[in-house]
Design a protein around this ligand. Structure first.
Ligand SMILES: C[S@@+](CC[C@H](N)C(=O)[O-])C[C@H]1O[C@@H](n2cnc3c(N)ncnc32)[C@H](O)[C@@H]1O
Length: 252
């Protein structure tokens, strides 16, 4: 099975179902951003600190990587950045296109797989913004290498990461259930996988911290900051450990 192809239609159907990660920001949020009041997320709840961004976003080139849905892209564009949203789902990209047209924002959209950024020349961007999405592909080391290549020197990579334990724990019993490395396709029983796929749920992979953080360092990035975050208290594991992490790295 081609998981990227499957996930394309799964995310398209999430847009139809108005899943939380596909609902564009409001007109009011765009107006406020234009007046300097804004926030964006890389993980489920906490806003990215302002100190992670360059002081002036006007005209800087931002790649929103696997960042469709009309959420972060329109806010960053309202602040004056030239934004390119790259995503695997045409309908997620459509959310950004609609916001760009409605609010006259500088947003380009490109459909593709985040493991292959060959559509971009070396050193094309000042900043890459990648909200929790690398769990939808198998090989994340390829992503870090590509991010390093397309960023300018001193460019910033901000990414949302997922604690691999989330995938290994049984959410009902809170006992360890699956061995690492986790993948929906390999780790679930046939019945469980069929249920996911019948509901058109995107398929995911759990990635080790070595691949998520070590992989960035291996690609040449220097880690400058991080924070941890929870889901929104709808998941049992929130009471036990933080399920998410955001990192900020720079290309040296
Ligand atoms: C959790 S959403 C992230 C965007 C959302 N605006 C947010 O704040 O979380 C995950 C995104 O990753 C995209 N995606 C999944 N697999 C991808 C792939 N192989 N290449 C590029 N984008 C992908 C999905 O289409 C979806 O828009």
């Amino acid at each position: 099975m081609d998981i990227v192809k499957y996930n394309k239609s799964a995310w398209d159907s999430y847009v139809d179902k108005k899943n939380r990660w596909t609902v564009a920001v409001s007109d009011e949020e765009i107006m406020e951003a234009k007046q300097g009041k804004w926030s964006v997320i890389l993980t489920p709840t906490l806003s990215v600190p302002y100190s992670w961004f360059p002081t002036d976003l006007k005209k800087i080139k931002i790649l929103g990587l696997a960042c469709g849905g009309g959420q972060q892209g329109p806010i960053l564009a309202a602040l004056g950045a030239n934004v390119t949203i790259f995503d695997n789902s045409p309908k997620q990209l459509g959310q950004d296109t609609k916001m760009a047209a409605k609010h006259n924002l500088a947003i380009d959209t490109i459909e593709g797989d985040m493991r292959d950024l060959s559509v971009f020349a070396d050193e094309s961007f000042d900043l890459i913004f990648n909200p929790c999405s690398i769990g939808f592909v198998d090989d994340i080391l390829a992503i870090w290498k590509e991010c390093y290549r397309v960023l300018k020197k001193d460019g910033i990579l901000m990414t949302g990461l997922t604690n691999p334990l989330i995938f290994q724990i049984d959410e009902v019993t809170m006992r360890l259930k699956h061995k690492a490395p986790y993948s929906d396709k390999q780790s679930l029983s046939k019945e469980e996988l069929d249920k996911y796929m019948n509901n058109n749920e995107p398929l995911m992979f759990g990635h080790s911290w070595t691949d998520q953080i070590g992989g960035q360092l291996q690609a040449g990035f220097m880690l400058t900051d991080m924070y941890e975050d929870n889901w929104d208290n709808t998941h049992l594991f929130d009471a036990y450990f933080p399920g998410f992490m955001a990192t900020r790295s720079i290309k040296k």
